[in-house]
Design a protein around this ligand. Structure first.
Ligand SMILES: Nc1nc2c(ncn2[C@@H]2O[C@H](COP(=O)(O)OP(=O)(O)OP(=O)(O)O)[C@@H](O)[C@H]2O)c(=O)[nH]1
Ligand SMILES: [Mg+2]
Length: 333
């Protein structure tokens, strides 16, 4: 992607005016790892930041095939009916390997992606989870500045991306499906604990009764977990993303959550904690990148990696030597 002399001032104006082209270009700029682009992206974010924060940020996770993308399509269309504008982002650190999910998502969200009032952006690929998370956070803020009221972040692919998404949203929604027998279907307990609400999808046709039963089971199972927030009991709601039923209830649940948490001051608190954690993750990413870019580290690295792989050297000792090499001249500066 070539971006010739990105002008953050003009770009910020375009984004704030709600121009789609500017929005897309701003996100492309954010996704670039070229140092001059990075600098321009920071200038852009600085200009946009005062215009962010007014949206409700929702993260969506669930087992593969639970119907997350179909749900986001139905949910997004419902949001549009409420006179609000949805933006959909995806966190998919696995996309460079699997490749197919982005294409799948575009077809699952066909109606939404055709609507000019909505915005759908696939996950940036080819970087670490930390990199993907940072870009998604910034993309979220750019969307807010562009006037979107509801930001939905889908976790695509399984792995650590759930925690990364939970750490950037106001509300984390877990999408489950009826059947499977087990109470929480192999979803790691840690992920259930991150959920602010559970949606049992596919409550239609033959699955309707099973979905209601599953919802009851999940409610009971939740009683055994410590609540994540003192202000909120995690609700369980059935819906059918395909038949588009129960979606209005899910939206009502989102609004209730936002109101409750806002009044309790818990929303502002959560965002402040997230910003703090984000700063530290930026520190880690920046340091790691600087370390990787250091020519002395670069020279030493192959030997260290060989020694560690062959068991000739302890990983901890190798790490300390690499960091030590990197740190030396700083001490003299
Ligand atoms: N019966 C029924 N099928 C559904 C519903 N929602 C989704 N599906 C189907 O379930 C399958 C998976 O849907 P997706 O929306 O791609 O699920 P996903 O969770 O995004 O999947 P990944 O992104 O691959 O993890 C598709 O065949 C959908 O048509 C629903 O409410 N009812
Ligand atoms: Mg999907």
């Amino acid at each position: 992607m070539t971006l010739l002399s990105p002008d953050p001032v003009a770009l910020a104006e375009g984004v704030l005016a709600g121009e789609r082209r500017a929005l897309a270009r701003a996100i492309t700029l954010i996704e670039s790892s070229r140092p001059d682009h990075r600098e321009a992206a920071e200038a852009l974010m600085h200009r946009l930041l005062p215009h962010t924060g007014q949206s409700v940020r929702i993260g969506i996770t669930g087992v593969p095939g639970a119907g997350k993308s179909t749900f986001i399509e139905s949910f997004g269309l419902h949001v549009l009916e409420q006179g609000k504008r949805p933006a959909v982002l995806a966190v998919d650190p696995s996309s460079p390997r699997t490749g197919g999910s982005i294409l799948g998502d575009k077809t699952r969200m066909e109606e939404l992606s055709r609507d000019a009032r909505a915005f759908i952006r696939p996950s940036p690929s080819g970087c670490t989870l930390g990199g993907v998370a940072r870009r998604t956070r910034e993309a979220m803020l750019v969307c807010e500045a562009a006037g979107f009221d509801v930001i939905v972040v889908e976790t695509v692919g399984v792995g650590q991306s759930e925690t990364a998404v939970a750490d950037m949203v106001d509300m984390f929604l877990l999408v489950l499906v009826p059947g499977g027998g087990d109470e929480l279907q192999g979803i790691k307990k840690g992920i259930v604990e991150l959920a602010d609400a559970i949606v049992v999808n596919k409550a239609d046709g033959d699955l309707a009764a099973a979905a209601a039963r599953a919802a009851r089971d999940y409610k009971n199972a939740l009683h055994l977990l410590a609540p994540a927030s003192a202000h909120w009991r995690v609700p369980v709601q059935t819906c059918s993303a395909l038949a588009r039923s129960g979606i209005d209830e899910v939206w009502a649940m989102v609004e209730r959550y936002r109101d409750t948490m806002d009044k309790a001051g818990a929303l502002a608190e959560r965002r402040a904690e997230q910003a703090h954690a984000w700063m530290w993750s930026e520190v880690s990413e920046t340091l790691l990148q600087a370390l990787r870019d250091d020519p002395r580290v670069d020279r030493l690295l192959p030997e260290m990696e060989r020694a560690v792989a062959a068991g000739r050297m302890a990983p901890g000792a190798a790490a300390r030597q690499l960091v030590g090499t990197f740190r030396l001249p700083l001490a003299h500066a």
